[in-house]
Design a protein around this ligand. Structure first.
Ligand SMILES: [Zn+2]
Length: 200
């Protein structure tokens, strides 16, 4: 393990410690998109070492979440299939969003969903649309969520303050473009797998 990897591992371990205190405040020990537990996070961090590579059972979410620095957020958010949670540093309030690119090659919209149910993979309610590959965001006229609702206000605020250190921006441990599980520190730091990082 070279120096860079050692540093990265130390950073990840610090992240896990931080997660511990995070979990202390969360009902059911669930958080974000992965629905992982602290124990699962710890086992996953083990995969960062060459010698330890535990394989999680298929039914057990074991995604390695990451906190995105401000410079990496916009790229991740617009990667095509981004799931993430933002958390206010000041209030601790959190919201989880999904931002998906429209399918057509000539369709330059992204659709924003707000997690409104208990199923972290499925219970997203349409919130609004990002137009022209990220030029502007507009609350959806057809959204069942009022534009004044907390989650709607949170995303509108985020869109205009992506660089803010007033929120933590936490991805689920899945590539923001293809959804594959991220396994190496560089990918976790970007929220994108090595192949997809070259395509967004
Ligand atoms: Zn990918």
């Amino acid at each position: 393990m070279n120096t860079n990897n050692t540093n990265e591992r130390a950073r990840l371990e610090a992240m896990i410690v931080a997660s511990d205190s995070l979990y202390d405040r969360i009902d059911e020990g669930r958080f974000g998109v992965g629905g992982y537990t602290v124990a699962e996070l710890r086992s996953i961090v083990g995969t960062a070492t060459p010698q330890a590579a535990p394989t999680a059972p298929a039914a057990t979410p074991g995604d390695m979440s990451g906190t995105l620095e401000s410079a990496a957020r916009r790229r991740f958010l617009l990667a095509g299939n981004a799931y993430f949670t933002i958390r206010s540093v000041r209030t601790g309030k959190r919201f989880t969003f999904r931002v998906r690119a429209a399918r057509g090659a000539d369709d330059h919209r992204h659709f924003v969903g707000l997690l409104t149910g208990s199923d972290n993979d499925g219970d997203y309610t349409y919130l609004g649309t990002i137009f022209d590959d990220g030029a502007r965001y507009s609350h959806g006229r057809n959204s069942s969520i009022d534009r004044g609702a907390p989650g709607a206000v949170a995303f509108a605020w985020l869109w205009n303050h992506l660089d803010s250190d007033g929120v933590e921006f936490i991805h689920s441990g899945r590539c923001g473009r293809c959804g594959r599980r991220l396994t190496v520190p560089e990918s976790v730091a970007a929220g994108l797998g090595p192949e997809c990082a070259g395509r967004v």
